[in-house]
Design a protein around this ligand. Sequence first.
Ligand code: ATP
Ligand code: MG
Length: 599
Amino acid sequence: MTEPNKNAVENTTATPSDFIRDIVTQHVAEKRYPLIHTRFPPEPNGYLHIGHAKSICLNFGIAREFGGVCNLRMDDTNPTKEDIEYVESIQEDVNWLISGWANDRLGLKPKGKTPEVTNTNGSPDFILPATTNNDQPASNSEPFYASDYFNQLFEYAVALIRKGKAFVCDLTPDETDEYRRHAKESPFRNRSVEESLDLFARMKAGEFPDGTRTLRAKIDVASPNIWLRDPLIYRIRHAEHHHTGAQWCIYPMYDFAHCLSDYIESITHSICTLEFEVHRPLYDWILESLGLSRLLPKQYEFARLSLGYTVMSKRKLMQLVNEGLVTGWDDPRRPTICGIRRRGVTPEALRNFAYNIGITKYNGLTDVAVLEHAIREDLNKRALRRLVVLRPIKVVITNLDAGRTEELDAVNNPEDENAGKRKIPFSRELYIERDDFAEVPPPKYFRLRPGGEVRLKYAFIIKCDEVVKDAAGKITELRCTADFESKSGGANAGRKVKGTIHWVSATHSVEAEVRLYDRLFTVPEPDAEGDFKRHINPHSLEVVAARCEPSLKEADPRMRYQFERLAYFALDKESMPGKLVFNRTITLKDNWAKEAPRS
Ligand code: ATP
Ligand code: MG
């Protein structure tokens, strides 16, 4: 059995360059940090999608290029929306995407242990020693959790109150919004430090119901930046948390937890998408207000990925699942990382895509053709070529005895010498593609026709002598003669015919369910006009019963295949011994290039 093609297929052009890497390069030159330390901080409230892949490739890419570490951290401060199911899927998706590339740059912690956060100098100045995947077996490690720092975050909040930079506020959530919108001071803003400390301790102790009190930073109620208008930093939520259980009934807000988790983990470059640009002054304010002793992390923003013919919002992805319009999170038509993986895309292709699109500060729509190009380029180099007939029609070779089999040589991959050769059987009864025969051929049709000739790939030229039909007029078989001297090495090897088609031996072939996937939406921006579900492509999945050359009996889920003249395929997870199921990863060419209306 051929091993997966190891020398495929990473874009090895020099490391990418963009404004964030320029900044990191500068910092490395200045020796500003002992270690470049990034993080990827998903909230475990859904499955990762290709937008997250861009962020993963950026954060892990930087760690890899600059000899640093990238932490995988669950940004899990909102107990009601989060779930362990998502934690697990996120870890699996990240591991898959960086496999063979930056695994040794992955910051994880020992499984089941709360990391040891040390207090360096008496004041709340916590540090978590850097660990990477190298330090423990992968099976025994897990991501960091912001919720592991709830104790430290609480102490930081207390420190802010002591400094007169935070206060407990008794306004309701609606009132708080209202006051902030109108740049109005809370009547509780000037309550004493002692009173706030007491109330905050009692919030933690569970004395007050949800929504009755919050802890707010005391910054500037009149700031033009609404995020600085005394933002909430803690709220009461009597809710179980997937990681900390019933331990807490107050939870920190994203803005408070994020910068401090970065600090605790000694993150140097905290990279996020542009919508957080307006939060950056708050990120800096919190860290600076605490008078911390170590170097502070800095936030940098880049444009998020929006991809044509796709919806990416978690809410809409969820809606498609709930309404049964797709089969699940890992439906191969979806932009989720697990869907893309199931479809047969390799991590290398996805990483090349992420590198190709680059990192900028301008939001825009990325053409899905860019993704498809990266996938084709990758699969062209690694895919084993195989003969498969999707919609079979029978061909009988009348000048070959039944029971006789010719074993023919076929190369596995013209792009990769090491992939070797295999034998394919040729016998009296074959299948060819229904589309490769036309009784009344259109102009410039070079495939098989009554009285015409065509070459069978890796085999002989055949001539169609007779078209056999049933009583209803449906073609049941094509009776043909083969020129056995027309194979390479034969006396008529030089004989030219215009068309070459694929085929399989009927008796030797194996059946497979083949799932032909296409884009899920018919328009580039399904979100732009009205209900996105109106634009679902009714032809996004077609299932056919195909006939495959016998070597595919041993198809391997790690391998990728090109069914010659058709498309690239990979085994689906539902495939079993005796029941092959293949997913079409992508067609050989871009059928959408002309954007022709589909019938
Ligand atoms: P939501 O805020 O709706 O829960 P999210 O897409 O922001 O969803 P997070 O889990 O918070 O999801 O994202 C984790 C990281 O991935 C963040 O740093 C975020 O900036 C980044 N990210 C999310 N979506 C994209 C995208 N489309 N392109 C690039 N990066 C993204
Ligand atoms: Mg988010």
